[in-house]
Ligand binder design. Sequence first.
Ligand code: 4NP
Length: 164
Amino acid sequence: MSQPRKLSVLMVCLGNICRSPTAQGVLEARLKLAGLQDKVTVDSAGTAAWHTGKAPDPRSQQVALQRGYNLSHLRARQATREDFDHFDYVLAMDEDNLNDLRVLEPAHYQGELSLFLDYAFPNQKRSVPDPYYTQGDKGFHEVVDLIENASDGLIKVLKQRLEV
Ligand code: 4NP
C-alpha cells in the first residue's frame, strides 16, 4: 500500500477547554519540531457542547504557555459523527470520552479510535486525568507531562505511516 500524503488527528475530551486543546497545541508544536506540520493536521473537540466557542481554560492556557505552548487562538466545539469522515485518528483523553465517541462512530469508520495515552503506555488503558475541578496548577502540569509523552509516541507511528 502506498503511503498517505497527509494524515489528520482529532483530540477529544469532555469540555474541549482543558485536556484536548492542550493535546492539540502540544502535538502541533512537536510536529513542527519534527518538520511534519504540513503532513499532519490536528484539531480538538469535546464530547459535551457546554463550552462551545470558548477559549481554553485560563489555567490550561497559563500552564501550557509556561511550557512553551500558546493555546490562546483555540476555540471549543463539540465532536460530531461527521468528524469521523475527516480524521484518520480520533483520540480520547479518557474512557468516558472513548465510550461517548464509540456511540458517534459510524460502522464503516476505517480510522483509529482509541485512548491517546495508548501511544505512551500501550495496553494499560490509561487516561489523562480531568484537571478541571482540581486546585492549583499541579494537575494541569501533569496533563502536559502525559500529553508530551503520548505526542512523541504518536509522532513515531505517524512517521512510519508517512514513511518519513
Ligand atoms: P476537559 O475538562 O474535558 O479537559 O476540557 C473539563 C472542562 C469542563 C468541565 C469538565 C471537564 N465542565 O464540567 O464544565
